[in-house]
Design a protein around this ligand. Structure first.
Ligand code: FES
Length: 100
């Protein structure tokens, strides 16, 4: 027997929406959530290029271990799955030949 549970999603309180950019595209996400989470929700899965062959790479472990989700923020390479989102953050993909 299946018990239907009332939908409580309207009662979830989320942090306010903020705008940030990914390669110049304006995207909204919730303040403090991982950059990778906001990008994924916006349909952005290709975060960087593999250094060896330029193949598209994206988040894999989502907990700071694999480095597959690395992006560039303020000139630094950071794991987007561990980077909290803030208003106006300018996020760039890491392309082949850049950052190693
Ligand atoms: S997805 Fe593995 S370090 Fe971010």
């Amino acid at each position: 027997m299946i018990r239907l549970v009332p939908n409580q999603s309207d009662s979830i309180q989320r942090a306010p929406l903020v705008d940030f950019t990914f390669n110049g595209r304006i995207i909204s996400g919730h303040m403090g959530e991982a950059v990778f989470t906001a990008l994924t929700r916006a349909g952005v899965l290709h975060l960087r290029d593999a250094p060896a062959d330029g193949a598209p790479r994206g988040a894999f472990c989502c907990m700071g271990l694999c480095q597959e989700c690395v992006v560039e923020i303020a000139g630094n390479s950071v794991e987007s799955c561990r980077q909290p989102l803030s208003e106006g953050l300018a996020v760039l993909s890491v392309t082949r030949g850049k950052h190693g």
